[in-house]
Design a protein around this ligand. Sequence first.
Ligand code: THU
Length: 141
Amino acid sequence: MNARANTCEDLRDLAEQATGQAYAPYSRLHVGAALRSVSGWTYTGSNVENAAFPIGMCAERAAIAAAVQAEGSHFRLEAIAVAAVSAKDGELLPITPCGACRQAIVEFGPDALVSFHTPEGAWLEISADALLPYRFSFPQA
Ligand code: THU
């Protein structure tokens, strides 16, 4: 946790740095995420894989868990960046948050800004709402 990520460029740098903490011996895709909470703090996460594949954890949800751990149920998400690097050659690869991570992102910040690297090689910033239309929400009784 720190308070240094004031711009989306800062968050993107932190996401790229967080790829260095990934544990991904199976996919060899090192993913890092960095988020800024509405209260201004920054949290990072990396993917953590397991020999039992389905129990692996994505970088975005690891960062969200760190934020909830630190800020509790008041945590609200302002912005998140995700980056991926190939363990084979160190190349930065395009990645977008998976469906489960999109649902986790909107839980804490439907208006949050989400940054990721497109196949064209540029960063894209889009709202969480636009990334997951018609998402599940808990039906009111
Ligand atoms: N992964 C993430 O960390 N975030 C995503 O949004 C998509 C996928 C990870 C999970 C797994 O460790 C690896 O990337 C390959 O799917």
